[in-house]
Design a protein around this ligand. Structure first.
Ligand code: MSP
Length: 714
C-alpha cells in the first residue's frame, strides 16, 4: 500500500489559534482526508512550537512555569482542532522527549559534518517572527510582517554553514521542480538562492528556555532549527529507525508563505548536511486576510475560528476556506461573505438538492427508490466528468478546483431536476419507470457529490450519505469504489427525510452583530430605498385595463385556511396586469394577510394612479418552496427579492408542486404588511392569473434575464 506523510507548520503557543493558522490545518486536513479516500495509508502530523521567547514571556506575564503554560495551551489547541474536525494522527510538542532526542541527534550530525562553528552575531531580530533580519528585510525600520521594530542583538552564537549548500540547493530545485509549490514561491526562493546565502546562527545565548546545544550546554538551539526538526523527530529520527524508514521522507509540508525560506532553504540544507533525504514537496499557501491585512495576533486582526464554526458549523467554515481561497493564494474572510456563500452553496444549492430529492422520493415512492433496467440518464456523464476533474485538481493540491468540480455535479443535478420535471413525469402512471430513473439518478449524483466533498465537509457528507440511503463513514469510503456511477437495475435505496441540513439565513443580520450566534431566520421585508413603484405617465393603459371582478371560490378556499388570529390583517388585495387581463382575470393567490376577506362589491371602484402607486410590485426568484403542513393549498416560499430573501405563503399548492417552483421567477406585491397564514409569517403576495377552473397560473416576466429578482414593475 502506498503511504503519504503530511505535516503542517507547528504553531507558536503564546496565543490561541486564529482563523489564519486554522486555515492551514483545515487545508492540510482536506488533503489528508483526500489521500485516505484514495486508499493511501496516511500519517498527518501537526503540533506546537513551544521554545519561543514569546511563549516564555507570556508564561512569565501570567506568572506560571513555561511548561505548565504550554500544557494548558496544548489543551486549548487540541480543543480547537477537535471542533474543526482536524483528523491528525500525531501531535508533537517541541518540549517532548522524543523531539529533544531528534534535535540532539541532528545537531550532532551537523557538527560531525563540519558545518557548525562559533562566532558572534550582531544584527536585528524580530521576536514575533523569531527571525534574524537584515536592513533590507525591514520596511521603515519595521518588520514587514509584524509592523514593529526588531531588536538589535549582539551575542556569541553557533553558526551553520548554510552558504556551503547554495549550489546543491539550486541543483535540487532544478532536478525537482515539484519540490516547492506554487510556482511564485519557487521563483522567490530561486531568486534568493541566486543572490547568495550567508551562514546563519543556529543557537542563542543567555536563554534557558530551549534545547541545549550538545557541545555547549550554555546555549540553546535557535528556535527555528529546533522547530524544523519536528518533522523527523515525530517519525522517530534518532530513536526508532523502523518508524523513520516507514515514513520519511515526508510527502508534503504544508506551510504559510511567510516561512518558505525556513522550509525551502534552511531545512533542506540542514538535511543535506546530516545526510537525510529531503521532503518530497513543500506547499507554501497564502494568507487569510482580514480587512486587507494578514490575519495575525500581533497585528490584532484575528477572527476566532471557533466563533466562525459556532456560527454556521465547522463544515461550512471548512468549505468556505477551501472553496473561496485558491490554494496558494491569499484570500479574504468577512462575515458577510462567509454567510453569503453559506446561503448560495449550502442552503440554496446542495442542501436544497438533498431536500428536493427527499421530498420527491417520499411523495412519489414513499422514500424507496429502485433503479430501473433502463440506461442511466445524462447525470451519469456529468458525474464521470466531475469525478475526473476532482481527482485531477485534488492530486495537484488545487483544493478549490476539487470542490468546484464536486459542485458542478450538484449544479448538474439541480439542472437535471428542472429539465426533466419529475413532478410532471409523476402525473402519468405509464411513465413510472422513467420517474424511477429520474429519482434514482438524482440520488446517485447526490451520493457521489457527498463522497467527493467528504474530505472538506466530513460530518455533513456523512449525513447526506445517510439521507440518500448510502450510509458510510468517511473512513469506510474509497474513491475508486465509491466515486463510480452505479445504478444497477433493481438496486434499492431508502431516502430519509430530515430537517434542512443548512437552513438559510438572512445575510445582513448575522453579519451586523459582529459575531453572535447564527441567526437562522428568514428576513422580514427589507426597506428598499429609492425603488418606489411608479406608474407610467400614460396610465391610461394600466388603469383602464384593470378588470373589475369579485373573489371566486378558489381564492376564498385558499384564504379560509388561514387561522382566525390573522383576522385583523388587511384584506386580500386584488391586482392584475396585462397578462392577467389577457387570460381573463387575475388573482392575488398568496398572501400577506387574509383571514378575512371583505365581500367584494360586484364592481370594484376605480382607483387613482396615486392609489395604484402605493402598491410596490416586484420580480422575485423562488429560492426554496415547501408545502405547508396540514394545508392542501399553501406553499411556503422563500423569495429572493433582489435585496434579500423574504418568506411568502402562497395558495398555489393545488396547481404547483413545490419543487417545480424553485428557481422560477414570480411577480409579487412587496409592500404588504406582514401577516400570518397557518401560523407562518408571510411578507408579500405572489400574483397569478386564474384559469377557467379558478386555479392559479403564476405570472412571471417575459425575459427574466432582463428583469431579474428585485426589478420594479410599473
Ligand atoms: N512556529 C512557526 C512554524 C514552525 S514550523 C517548523 C510559526 N508559527 S505560527 O504560529 O506563527 O504560524 C503557524 C502557521 O500558520 C504558519 O505556517 C503561518 O504561515 C500560518 N499562518 C499564520 N497566519 C496566517 C494567516 N493569516 N493566513 C494563513 N496562514 C497563516 O510560524
Amino acid at each position: 500500500m502506498s503511504r503519504f506523510y503530511i505535516t503542517t507548520a507547528i504553531d507558536y503557543v503564546n496565543s490561541r489559534p486564529h482563523l489564519g493558522t486554522a486555515y492551514e490545518k483545515i487545508a492540510a486536513d482536506v488533503i489528508a482526508r483526500y489521500k485516505r479516500l484514495r486508499g493511501i495509508e496516511t500519517r498527518f502530523m501537526m503540533g506546537n512550537d513551544e521554545h519561543s521567547q514569546n511563549v516564555f514571556q507570556r508564561a512569565g506575564e501570567l506568572g506560571v512555569e513555561p511548561l505548565a503554560f504550554c500544557d494548558d495551551m496544548e489543551r486549548a489547541f487540541r480543543d480547537v482542532w477537535a471542533r474543526l474536525d482536524i483528523s491528525f494522527d500525531d501531535f508533537i510538542r517541541t518540549t517532548e522527549a522524543r523531539h529533544r532526542t531528534g534535535v540532539t541527534a541532528l545537531a550532532s550530525r551537523l557538527t560531525e559534518a563540519g558545518d557548525v562553528y562559533e562566532g558572534y552575531f550582531e544584527g536585528w531580530y524580530c521576536v514575533s517572527c523569531e527571525a534574524f533580519k537584515t536592513e533590507k528585510d525591514l520596511e521603515d525600520g519595521n518588520c514587514p510582517v509584524h509592523r514593529k521594530p526588531p531588536q538589535w542583538i549582539k551575542e556569541k552564537n553557533h553558526f551553520f554553514r548554510l552558504s556551503k549548500y547554495r549550489q546543491r540547493l539550486l541543483d535540487h530545485y532544478a532536478a525537482h521542480p515539484e519540490f516547492l509549490e506554487p510556482e511564485i514561491r519557487r521563483n522567490e526562493m530561486l531568486r534568493l538562492l541566486e543572490s547568495g546565502l550567508d551562514d546563519i546562527s543556529m543557537s542563542r545565548t543567555g536563554q534557558a528556555w530551549g534545547i541545549p546545544v550538545p557541545s555547549d550546554p550554555g546555549s540553546v538551539i535557535y528556535v527555528w532549527f529546533d522547530a524544523l526538526i519536528n518533522y523527523i523527530s515525530g517519525v522517530g529520527y534518532g530513536a526508532d529507525d523502523a518508524l523513520f524508514e516507514t515514513w520519511w521522507p515526508a510527502d508534503l509540508h504544508v506551510i504559510g508563505k511567510d516561512i518558505t525560506r525556513f522550509h525551502c532553504v534552511i531545512w533542506p540544507a540542514m538535511l543535506m548536511s546530516a545526510g537525510v533525504p529531503l521532503p518530497r514537496r513543500v506547499f507554501g499557501h497564502g494568507w487569510v486576510h482580514w480587512q486587507g491585512q494578514k490575519m495575525s495576533k500581533s497585528l490584532g486582526t484575528v477572527v476566532d475560528p471557533l466563533e466562525a464554526a459556532d456560527r454556521l458549523g465547522p463544515d461550512p467554515l471548512r468549505l468556505y476556506l477551501t472553496k473561496e481561497i485558491a490554494f496558494g493564494q491569499d484570500g479574504d474572510f468577512t462575515w458577510d461573505r462567509f454567510e453569503e456563500r453559506y446561503n448560495v452553496d449550502l442552503a440554496n444549492n446542495f442542501g436544497n438538492l438533498v431536500s428536493r430529492l427527499a421530498s420527491m422520493a417520499h411523495r412519489y415512492r414513499e422514500g424507496r427508490l429502485t433503479a430501473p433496467p433502463s440506461s442511466p440518464g445524462p447525470l451519469a456523464e456529468a458525474a464521470v466528468g466531475a469525478v475526473a476533474a476532482y481527482r485531477e485538481a485534488m492530486d495537484a493540491f488545487a483544493l478549490h478546483g476539487g470542490v468546484a468540480a464536486a459542485f458542478q455535479l450538484v449544479d448538474a443535478a439541480n439542472e437535471y431536476i428542472a429539465a426533466v420535471e419529475p413532478w410532471v413525469t409523476a402525473r402519468d402512471p405509464a411513465r413510472a419507470a422513467e420517474l424511477d430513473r429520474q429519482l434514482y439518478d438524482v440520488s446517485e449524483a447526490v451520493r457521489i457529490a457527498a463522497v467527493l466533498l467528504t474530505p472538506v465537509m466530513p460530518r455533513s457528507c456523512r449525513e447526506v450519505l445517510a439521507r440518500v440511503g448510502a450510509p458510510a463513514d468517511g473512513a469506510d469510503l474509497n474513491l475508486d469504489r465509491d466515486g463510480v456511477w452505479a445504478t444497477p437495475p433493481g438496486a434499492e435505496r431508502r431516502v430519509v427525510k430530515g430537517d434542512p441540513l443548512w437552513p438559510r439565513l438572512d445575510p445582513g443580520r448575522a453579519a451586523a452583530d459582529g459575531g453572535a450566534a447564527a441567526q437562522r431566520k428568514v428576513s422580514p421585508p427589507r426597506k428598499v430605498v429609492g425603488r418606489k413603484v411608479r406608474v407610467a405617465a400614460d396610465a391610461d393603459t394600466g388603469v383602464q385595463r384593470r378588470e373589475q371582478r369579485t373573489m371566486n371560490d378558489s381564492e376564498r378556499r385558499a384564504v379560509d385556511e388561514a387561522p382566525p388570529a390573522a383576522a385583523a390583517t388587511p384584506p386580500l388585495t386584488e391586482v392584475d396586469g396585462a397578462t392577467a387581463a389577457a387570460s381573463g382575470g387575475a388573482a392575488a393567490v398568496a398572501g400577506t394577510g387574509t383571514a378575512e376577506v371583505a365581500e367584494a362589491a360586484h364592481e370594484t371602484p376605480r382607483i387613482s394612479i396615486d392609489e395604484f402607486a402605493k402598491v410596490e410590485l416586484r420580480v422575485g426568484r423562488v429560492v426554496t418552496a415547501e408545502a405547508v403542513r396540514k394545508s392542501k393549498k399553501l406553499v411556503r416560499l422563500e423569495i429572493d427579492d433582489g435585496a434579500g430573501v423574504r418568506q411568502v405563503v402562497a395558495g398555489i399548492a393545488r396547481a404547483y408542486e413545490p419543487e417545480s417552483l424553485v428557481g422560477r421567477h414570480v411577480v409579487f406585491v412587496a409592500n404588504l404588511q406582514p401577516a400570518r397564514l397557518m401560523g407562518i409569517e408571510s411578507n408579500g403576495m405572489v400574483l397569478a392569473a386564474l384559469d377557467a377552473e379558478g386555479q392559479p397560473v403564476l405570472l412571471r416576466p417575459d425575459d427574466p434575464e432582463r428583469a431579474p429578482a428585485g426589478s420594479a414593475i410599473r
